[in-house]
Design a protein around this ligand. Structure first.
Ligand SMILES: [Mg+2]
Length: 402
């Protein structure tokens, strides 16, 4: 089946341009909405049932195609899917069209300078560049990043059910499949209930399983301190982002309340903040995502800095990215300087994927992807099926009491 792209989202190289080998001749922004296998409850009670992502499809002069993906996560990067689509089409893709993919570093500078911010929109372009470059050179993305630094990836499984019974059931099921790292979403229920959930999960999984908690910036200092103290008793590997992204003073209070290692996610959206929070003593480690750091190159840079600072690293997809985004994360997982806190892929939470052979955990790890570029074969008929048009609904004026 052929894809019927939205013509407004395609940037073409005009025939008037001469071009060298490696030239990007077509660039396309494709917004998609993917169904999750089941809903995810995030900190703050947000219920997620579908995943919205922007795909970028870059085509080279020899017909090779590179794909990128970045989920829209307004609470994480401040970007919405219509905004990402518009930024990619108007500012980012025009900076790549007609250019040589073999000059990837130069093209990355062009992307970074095309507009300030917009890290997720830049991430999908950056990932597509790596995929296309790997295909041109006939090597996997991990080879472009310097080669494999480890033999397995410790995969973290996300627990985000409505009840602790469901979380325990799911955790035991995944434990039997070889998963040893679990993350519980907190900041959803009253803190006493969540402390009880941590203890129940620890008892159910035993002392060998590694357990952590993520509040997605949804707690207040007092509750976060109480949970951090309980987390120390439950031997939590780390406690992630209890407070809003800019609350460094609060984060220091929580860090000092217990021996539980603290992890920054929403606060770790660029290298400068990672350095500042480490120097302040607020964190032991960081959660790095392509959508926050502008793609593969940005995550690698942040990982090198974090490692130099002695920080531990967790790599994560935004919940609901397909195997395209997950593949980018897997290549990073095999090449970043440390992966002490594991990798959190997201393709296993989707009801349907966008590639012919989804990238999924097996026995608690994901094998290296050996094919050229990202090493996944995108199913263009699935892309066409889940692509959506981005007509912006301006809505009615908001009124108090709505
Ligand atoms: Mg998080």
């Amino acid at each position: 089946m052929s894809v019927e792209p939205d013509p407004r989202h395609i940037v073409r190289l005009s025939a008037a341009h001469g071009h060298a080998h490696g030239t990007i001749v077509r660039a396309e922004a494709i917004p998609v909405s993917l169904p999750l296998a089941r809903h995810v409850l995030m900190g703050g009670g947000q219920r997620i049932e579908r995943s919205e992502s922007l795909l970028v499809r870059l085509q080279g002069d020899n017909g090779l195609v590179g794909w990128g993906e970045a989920s829209a996560a307004p609470m994480m990067t401040g970007e919405t899917l219509p905004g990402m689509t518009e930024i990619a089409r108007r500012f980012l893709l025009p900076s790549l069209i007609g250019k040589d993919v073999l000059q990837r570093a130069l093209l990355e500078q062009r992307l970074n300078r095309a507009t300030p911010g917009n890290s997720a929109a830049k991430a999908t372009c950056n990932i597509a560049l790596y995929d296309l470059l790997g295909k041109y050179l006939g090597v996997p993305v991990h080879a472009l990043l310097g080669g494999l630094a480890r033999e397995t990836l410790p995969v973290m499984h996300l627990l985000a059910n409505a009840s602790v019974e469901e979380d325990v059931y799911e955790a035991l099921e995944k434990h039997a499949e070889g998963i040893r790292l679990f993350k519980l979403k907190v900041g959803v229920k009253p803190v006493e209930q969540e402390i009880a959930m941590l203890r129940t999960l620890r008892d159910a999984l035993g002392p060998a399983a590694r357990l952590c908690a993520d509040a997605n910036a949804s707690m207040v200092v007092r509750d976060a301190c109480a949970l951090a103290r309980a987390a120390a008793e439950a031997d939590l590997l780390f406690f992630e982002q209890p407070l809003p992204h800019d609350d460094l003073a609060g984060a220091l209070s929580v860090a000092r309340a217990s021996m539980t290692p603290m992890c920054a996610d929403e606060s770790a959206h660029d290298v400068e903040h990672i350095i500042a929070w480490q120097r302040a003593g607020a964190i032991t480690g960081v959660n790095l995502k392509t959508i926050k750091l502008g793609g593969i190159a940005g995550v690698m840079r942040a990982a090198i800095v974090a490692d130099q600072l002695g920080l531990r690293i967790n790599l994560a997809c935004k919940a609901g990215e397909s195997s395209i985004g997950t593949a980018a994360l897997v290549h990073l997982g095999y090449t970043v300087p440390n992966l002490d806190w594991g990798i959190t892929p997201s393709s296993q939470y989707l009801a349907e994927d966008l590639v012919t052979r989804p990238v999924l955990p097996f026995a608690g790890s994901i094998a290296p992807l050996a094919g050229a570029g990202l090493g996944v074969e995108v199913d263009e008929s699935a892309v066409a099926r889940f692509s959506i048009r981005m007509d912006i609904d301006q809505g009615a004026p908001l009124q108090a009491g709505d």
